[in-house]
Design a protein around this ligand. Structure first.
Ligand code: FAD
Length: 495
């Protein structure tokens, strides 16, 4: 069943979300086509966990904090999709993002709250998009209509930006690469009265198998193209004919949640997208053949994406620091100077991040597009790409071998083994069950397949950190200090 967008119902609810995924989408996992993503063992945990959080949008406890009343339909809609027009809106949106991340333990890089700001950012550029003329559609109108559709139906989007990792030796802006791109990178092969036919692939899209639609565009690395057929931005339903979704090896397939409390619920999947002559209707295109508005947006300081990602990272940092602290207490090492200093280092990162978030909020401003943007967050994604790895390392160092040597649920249930576990595997003032469950959580943050996938995600999700560092350097205004230095070194020496 597809989402019935003709009767918008506002904020998504769990059952509606689950039903919306039963739409004939072509998802492949481990060589087999998945008949129903909502029941497949590798995906069902994540699907039902998202359904649970969607239901909170309708709960007495969280409903008001996660939704607002749509002026158009009167429906309560998700705050993720609200167009912020004042500082208060930003505060409400921050609280909504905090709830999404408190509920999902900061583990979802592609929660529904994450992609909504991408569409809001495009909406904010609607005049620049409209300035690019096309005989078949108005790109500015398209994005405004699409935002409305997403808002009123609370669609779950992912995005796909990069080219397949086949040959990075030639850059897409080089003419000679065109032959290779012809085969692999996504491009327009034909225009019809209904839209454009696209062919090629994207690497990669997190959560594609379990989302309603994918926003397809070009990242900063790939936006400059020699061949305009490769310049396009659009959004399409996951069940579009010709779209194949290939999942990676799951990191969720563990029996029960005891051993892997995070992996069992938050494997959001990552996937390749193969487009086999897929029709993209004219009203779903936001850009075609001309990258100027996308480049302008990349170069601007407009920041609607902030809260979703910053709140996620903040919660993930606090989770790692708290688990490390509880482990240090549980094995009686918290008083050791070296351990306490490491925990203090973790606390430092959490505090720096909190202050930075407050700074981003303080720098909020009204954009030319008429929306209230958060202030600049330049450097923050780069900072976290390096800090996350450091925090994982500190968690491992503080935890020692207990990180891997813990009894299983069945070991604990075995009466022959249990006395040994109670005696030799307990902690300081805590029983074996508490200690092993705590350590299992640490394992899912710093050791398991799930934990390692999260760590790889943290490094790459903001794009290549080295490219980002270089881009930051190029826009980092040092003129005041360099002028002062030049003045100093041009003065006569005192002697
Ligand atoms: C878990 C995970 C989830 C992701 N989810 C999404 C998603 O949902 N949507 C999405 O669009 N993307 C997603 N990504 C992709 C992510 O944005 C990319 O991984 C990132 O931009 C780097 O691109 P790449 O993986 O193709 O690496 P490559 O670009 O192939 O880089 C490989 C190596 O080559 C170097 N290199 C490459 N090109 C150059 C160059 N020109 N000059 C110098 N060095 C170079 C890089 O620094 C790196 O060391 C995800 C990635 C991961 C790991």
């Amino acid at each position: 069943m597809v989402v019935d967008t003709s009767k918008p119902q506002g904020a998504m609810a769990g059952p509606r979300y689950i039903e919306s995924l039963k739409d004939g989408r072509e998802v492949w996992l481990d060589g087999e086509r998945v008949s129903d993503v909502t029941t497949h063992p590798a995906l069902t945990g994540m699907v039902h966990e998202l359904a649970r959080i969607y239901d909170l949008q309708h709960s007495a406890e969280f409903g008001e904090q996660m939704t607002f009343v749509s002026p158009e339909t009167g429906n309560r809609c998700s705050l993720s999709w609200q167009l912020p027009t004042c500082a208060d809106d930003l505060k409400h949106k921050r609280r909504n993002s905090e709830i999404w991340n408190e509920q999902s333990w900061g583990q979802l890089g592609r929660s529904p709250d994450i992609l909504a700001p991408h569409i809001i950012t495009l909406y904010n550029s609607r005049e620049a998009l409209a300035a690019v003329k096309n005989p078949h559609c108005d790109f500015g109108e398209n994005i405004a209509n699409y935002h409305r559709l997403c808002l009123e139906n609370d669609l779950f989007l992912t995005h796909a930006l990069g080219d397949p990792q086949v040959d990075r030796s030639e850059q897409p802006q080089n003419e000679q690469r065109a032959v290779l791109e012809e085969d692999i990178a996504l491009h327009v092969v034909e225009e019809t009265t209904e839209g454009v036919i696209v062919h090629g692939a994207k690497q990669l899209a997190t959560a594609a198998p379990i989302s309603n639609e994918t926003y397809v565009s070009l990242s900063a690395t790939f936006v400059r193209r020699a061949d305009p057929r490769f310049v396009l931005a659009f959004s399409i339903p996951t069940n579009s004919p010709g779209l194949k979704v290939l999942c990676r090896e799951p990191v969720s397939q563990f029996p029960g949640s005891y051993g892997h409390p995070l992996g069992a619920l938050y494997d959001e999947q990552d996937s390749m997208l193969f487009f086999e002559n897929v029709l993209v209707p004219w009203d779903r295109l936001f850009m075609l053949y001309e990258a100027t508005p996308l480049l302008q947006r990349l170069g601007s300081n407009v920041n609607f994406m902030g809260w979703a990602n910053l709140c996620r990272i903040h919660f993930r940092m606090r989770l790692m620091a708290a688990v490390a602290t509880m482990i240090a207490e549980a094995i009686g090492v918290i008083e050791y100077r070296e351990v306490a200093a490491k925990l203090g280092e973790m606390a430092t990162y959490c505090e720096m991040w909190r202050h930075a978030m407050d700074g981003v909020e303080h720098g909020a401003y009204m954009t030319d597009g008429g929306l209230m943007s958060l202030g600049s967050m330049s450097g923050m994604n780069i900072f976290f790409a390096q800090t996350s790895a450091r925090m994982v390392q500190l968690l491992r160092e503080i935890s020692g071998s207990g990180m891997i040597m813990q009894p299983s649920e069945n070991d604990l249930a075995n009466p022959d083994l249990r006395p040994y576990l109670d005696r030799y595997m307990r902690g300081k003032g805590v029983g074996v069950e508490y200690k092993s469950r705590l350590y299992r959580l640490a394992n899912d943050l710093a050791v398991s397949s799930f934990g390692m996938r999260q760590e790889v995600y943290e490094y790459w999700h903001g794009g290549d950190p080295n490219r980002n560092r270089i881009n930051l350097l190029r826009t980092f205004d040092q003129s005041a200090v360099t002028d002062q230095i030049k003045d100093l070194i041009s003065r006569p020496l005192p002697h």
